[in-house]
Design a protein around this ligand. Structure first.
Ligand code: ADP
Ligand code: MG
Length: 186
């Protein structure tokens, strides 16, 4: 079993609902077990500024899926939620970034872990620090909490949904999804 921290983001459509549904979809996968969720934050865009504010959060899963298979699922989910890739750092209905996996480092053409921007983004570090402040970021020698304290990003970040409420909503959406899954089986 490995532990995965995912960063979730959305700045188009029903942003909070999208993150609740994405969390529930992943949690309903038979090989992904939701352990913890962060609060949700409204954040100003970095890089390309002329776009709506984001909602960002993070989720902690355990899974026996290898990273490549896990990543394939998160990429498919982004596409299913209507994500169109037209510019890097541009607006999106759903962004799922694999921020950390255990203490491993991966560097392939499509997947880099720890996420290469993690240390520069408060909107990723702050929710990740709610989940696992003492997790050492491989290759950096510092913990998530230390990286947050050192992060130069000063973008606006406002907590708008508590951890408790986000988890409650994800669990509710998971329940709605169950009848249709069992109905289709039988
Ligand atoms: P960002 O999330 O950094 O704003 P995008 O979501 O547009 O950027 O992703 C661009 C590319 O980043 C994706 O096509 C993906 O292949 C690559 N990528 C590399 N490492 C990761 C990772 N750890 N998690 C998610 N995407 C990653
Ligand atoms: Mg991404």
């Amino acid at each position: 079993m490995s532990e995965y921290i995912l960063g979730l983001g959305a700045n188009l459509g029903e942003r909070i609902t999208t993150l609740e549904c994405a969390g529930a979809e992943l949690a309903n996968h038979p090989q992904m077990h939701l352990l913890k969720v962060s609060s949700l934050y409204e954040t100003e865009p970095v890089g390309f500024k002329e776009q709506p504010d984001f909602i960002n959060g993070a989720v902690l899963f355990s899974s026996d899926l290898p990273p490549k298979a896990f990543f394939r699922i998160t990429q498919t989910l982004e596409t299913r939620f209507g994500r169109i890739r037209n510019r890097p750092w541009g607006p999106r209905t759903l962004d799922i970034d694999i921020l950390l996996i255990d203490s491993i480092s991966i560097e392939t053409e499509r997947l880099i872990v720890p996420h290469p921007q993690l240390r520069y983004r408060r909107f990723a570090l702050l929710p990740a620090a709610e989940l696992a402040p003492n997790w050492v970021i491989p290759g950096s020698g510092c913990t998530v909490a230390e990286a947050l304290a050192d992060c130069p990003d000063s973008g606006r970040l406002e907590c708008i949904v508590s951890q408790h409420h986000f988890l409650k909503r994800v669990r509710e959406v998971q329940q709605w999804a169950l009848p249709s899954i069992s109905a289709s089986k039988g």
